[in-house]
Design a protein around this ligand. Sequence first.
Ligand code: NDP
Ligand code: MG
Length: 389
Amino acid sequence: MQGICLLGATGSIGQSTLDIIEQHPEKFKLVCASAHSSVAKMADICRRFQPSRVVMGSLSARDELAALCPDLPISFEWGDEALEDIAADAQVDQVMAAIMGFAGLKPTLSGIRAKKRILLANKESLVTAGQLFMDEVARHDVLLLPIDSEHNAIFQSLPQHAQGAHKKHVSKLLLTASGGPFRSWSLDEMRKATPEQACKHPNWSMGQKISIDSASLMNKGLELIEACWLFGVTPADVDVVVHPESIIHSMVSYLDGSVIAQMGNPDMKIPIAYGMTWPNRIETSVPPLDLVSIASLNFEAPDLARFPNLKLAADAWYAGGTAMATLNAANEVAVAAFLERKIGFLDIATINGAVLNQLESCPVTSLDVVFEADRMARQVTTNIIDKKD
Ligand code: NDP
Ligand code: MG
């Protein structure tokens, strides 16, 4: 039996993880769970799964939740320290890092330091802390399994048996992208795009922030950086390929001309179940892939003129140091402003570029440096947005 700590239980990845736990009660037990402010959703999770400990983002949310579940033997907690504490709980074997954004960094690091199996959905934590994150993984000899579907696909397509030796046989990582809802929109149409249109992903059902990131291709930019840290490569070793059907989740191209791909219906339960059971596999509720009804798979190059975020991410990688934390923070603030209708869709990438240009990158010598870069970038981005009003 594997004890699970589910960080971000009320989100989209949280829901898919709960589905797997519910389908395999003999294998998994939800031991700890967290949410920020979704009290009603968390009350439902508490009744169905009865975890030992639950952490909310504020005292008021904790109290509201406790009042909704008076008879359950659960420790109701709140705040950042409690969040770090559940990721290191003695009953926990695996930590699913599924909080949205930079807020996921500290609890994920806590799980790493406590030597738990880390299921990494929260790409922002790896993008912002990069080398420091990977050093902690190595120092504590932790199993880090990528849950992001593309990275999970690359992980599955690399030869597991060859260990480090495989690297010299690989020529490229091929990171697939659906292209998002605006793949074929003109710049003029994109300028007027609403949050509702941007959130309507053609293939995946996801949280709001990652849906906007998918529409602006910032998600692919973050994933490019994520792939570089996870697989020890640089952006020059990764080709982004737009594949609108989202059936191939990514590929590895080898020196001899072979390309190995991982395919499946676009449902996050597949990479989540794989991460939870690796090196084994278990059944999920995802229907088998029906290639005949899909009939054709298409591929095209990304359009960097309409989607400059992808290039900004590569620039941030090559700038190194805090540049990636700066870009991520600018983007988190810009996406929130777009959702509040304070800025237009195309402003997101323009603002990201301006902030990245304005703030100089420093070497990441400690976690404090990452937090300071994040704070500075949020402040500069907020100022730019306020001036636009
Ligand atoms: P959602 O927005 O659906 O869920 C986010 C979760 O994080 C919720 O439980 C939310 O709680 C919690 N949360 C939000 N803000 C904070 C905060 N400041 N502190 C603590 N908890 C917080 O996101 P997704 O599930 O879509 O995505 C989660 C992560 O997984 C992201 O990093 C995303 O990039 C990554 N990912 C997601 C994929 C997907 O298909 N959805 C695919 C690949 C990666 P509350 O409900 O109370 O607000
Ligand atoms: Mg992805």
